[in-house]
Design a protein around this ligand. Structure first.
Ligand SMILES: NC(=O)c1ncn([C@@H]2O[C@H](COP(=O)(O)O)[C@@H](O)[C@H]2O)c1NC=O
Length: 533
């Protein structure tokens, strides 16, 4: 052991710690006066810094300036205020130990029983686009030092880092003091708070000030913090324990609000994420229906539809009504009453949308089993994807690039007119919501047959055509990656597919294109692949 150690028999028990002296230094002043009032009413001495002290004093409460404790005026534009032994010995003295108590008395330093600190708004300053000089000034040094010292010394000190805890602390003070269990809980919160703060500072320094990504866009170090948002009944299967964690800045599925229905399951979250990813890939009103992370229907509203989102849902459902049973549905527009009425007739696990009309909620909440979720305001899809591998983490930019029709190359057949170009663009976009190998047949802005997740492209073609049935004839097809042979596309041509879009780039492109020409089918090459695993 390299740190100092003590004979364990020297420690005296301390559970209830009466609060006689508090150190208060907060950047976020919300709730401060209520807390200060409660402390003053209980006869607690409040020691405080600059503007925190001024705020408390202006409200008519007694307050001791920290400078009178340190004998040292705040210096260097506030860079040094509380960084002083007269403060830190008062935070770190372990009063369970007689010799600490004696030493503190010898030094003439009084101990603190309660510390209330929140830190300079570093993240908000970065987000505001402030210049680096200002951001650096918002790196709090004295605050985290006090938070960490008090949290280490939780046997004696209660550390509060969030105004949300003020009520509980005021009650404890009035009731005679803080308990050990309470101080331990607060210490956990405190170290998590400073850890998150340091991650934000280290990320900004390594990403913005001195990027060490060597031109890759990926920094030499990645940090992150997540809070448990929900413990789940189980994971992918009932013998797997699971929980949902949310990142503080996130505005996605993990921050969605459940309006109705049973608790979300692990698989519900996975499918809801896939559904939202697919629906939000479209600017037009769109609906995606997901089963096992794959779409069994994606559609945009039909032309001139009076209720666009209801139309998109009906068309998405029509793709594969058998598979849509027990599906997870995402809409990228407010769910209307008409859409709700259709959905309520179909067994559906989850419906997630940016909002619901009140009448839609009324209709859907009659169904006990459906889960209704609203996305947070300003929903943000994932931009950087993370995938765990044993011993590590893969990071990649999410697949957001999309080559428009105007950039494609005609490889076979007649050039597409505007209507056919729109059909192909829809199919190409919808196809990237399908797990590879993906073949998607579409007609009029709605999928009609999906071949997903096969280990060869021929089977995906077969599956898509089989699912489309008669609808394959006259449809358009998209393939997420090139055709390695002409056998797959031939299945599409034989089924009556009239146009195909695919990346191209196979060594046998010529063979594939020749087959399209022979079949009189239009084929476009995008030069862009959309694998999705
Ligand atoms: N330097 C120091 O000694 C120091 N001590 C406390 N602070 C921070 O100063 C803020 C409060 O200052 P004021 O009371 O002046 O508004 C708090 O966010 C606290 O975390 C400090 N500031 C930054 O490092």
């Amino acid at each position: 052991m390299s740190g100092p150690s003590h004979d364990h028999s020297l420690y005296r028990e301390r559970d209830l710690v009466p609060v006689r002296r508090a150190l208060v230094s907060v950047s976020d002043k919300s709730g401060l006066l209520e807390l200060a009032g409660a402390l003053a009413a209980a006869g607690v001495e409040i020691v405080s810094t600059g503007s925190t002290a001024a705020t408390i004093r202006d409200a008519g409460h007694d307050v001791t300036d920290v400078a009178s404790v340190t004998g040292f005026a705040e210096a260097l534009d506030g860079r040094v205020k509380t960084l002083h032994p007269a403060v830190h010995a008062g935070l770190l003295a372990d009063l369970r130990l007689e010799h600490h108590e004696a030493q503190l008395a010898e030094l003439g330093i009084a101990a603190f029983d309660l510390v209330v600190v929140n830190l300079y708004p570093f993240r908000q300053t970065v987000a505001s686009g402030a210049p680096a000089l200002d951001v650096v000034e918002q790196i709090d040094i004295g605050g985290p030092a006090m938070v960490r010292a008090s949290a280490k010394n939780h046997a004696n000190v209660a550390i509060v880092v969030s105004p949300e805890r003020y009520g509980e602390i005021a009650e404890a003070v009035a009731a005679g003091g803080t308990t050990l269990a309470q101080r331990q809980r607060l210490a956990v919160e405190a170290f998590r708070h400073t850890a998150g703060y340091d991650v934000a500072v280290a990320s900004w320094l390594g990403n913005v000030v001195a990027p060490d990504d060597k031109g890759t866009g990926f920094p030499g170090w990645v940090g992150g913090t997540w809070d448990r948002a929900q413990s789940l009944r189980y994971g992918e299967n009932s013998h797997q324990a699971a929980a949902l964690y949310a990142t503080p800045e996130g505005r996605g599925i993990a921050q969605s609000v459940q309006l109705h229905g049973k608790e979300m399951s692990y698989n519900n979250y996975v499918d809801a994420d896939a559904a939202v990813r697919a629906a939000y890939d479209f600017d037009e009103p769109a609906v995606a229906i997901i089963k096992h992370a794959n779409p069994c229907g994606i559609a945009i509203a039909g032309p001139g539809a009076s209720d666009p989102i209801a139309s998109a849902h009906e068309r998405a459902h029509a793709c594969d009504p058998v598979s849509a049973f027990g599906g997870v549905i995402a809409a990228n527009r407010t769910v209307t009453r008409a859409m709700a009425e259709t959905v309520s007739g179909i067994f559906t696990e989850v419906l997630i949308a940016p909002a619901f009309e009140a009448e839609a909620v009324e209709v859907l909440t009659r169904k006990k089993n459906i889960r209704l979720l609203t996305l947070p305001e300003g929903f943000q899809p994932t931009v950087l994807e993370q995938k765990q591998v044993s011993g590590g983490l893969l990071l990649q930019q999410a697949d957001r690039e999309f080559a428009p029709f105007s950039s494609w190359t005609l490889a076979a057949g007649e050039p597409a007119d505007d209507a056919l170009a729109a059909e192909l663009e829809f199919a190409w976009r919808a196809c990237r919501a399908v797990k590879s190998n993906a073949i998607l047949l579409a007609s009029g802005g709605a999928s009609v047959g999906v071949g997903m997740g096969q280990v060869n492209r021929v089977d995906s073609c077969r599956l898509a055509v089989e699912r489309a049935g008669e609808r394959a004839s006259g449809s358009v097809a998209a393939s997420d990656a090139f055709f390695p042979f002409a056998d797959g596309p031939q299945i599409l041509f034989d089924a009556g597919v009239r146009a195909v879009v695919q990346p191209g780039g196979s060594v046998r492109d010529e063979e594939v294109v020749a087959a399209a020409k022979a079949a009189g089918v239009t084929m476009y090459l995008t030069g862009e692949r959309h694998f999705f695993h």
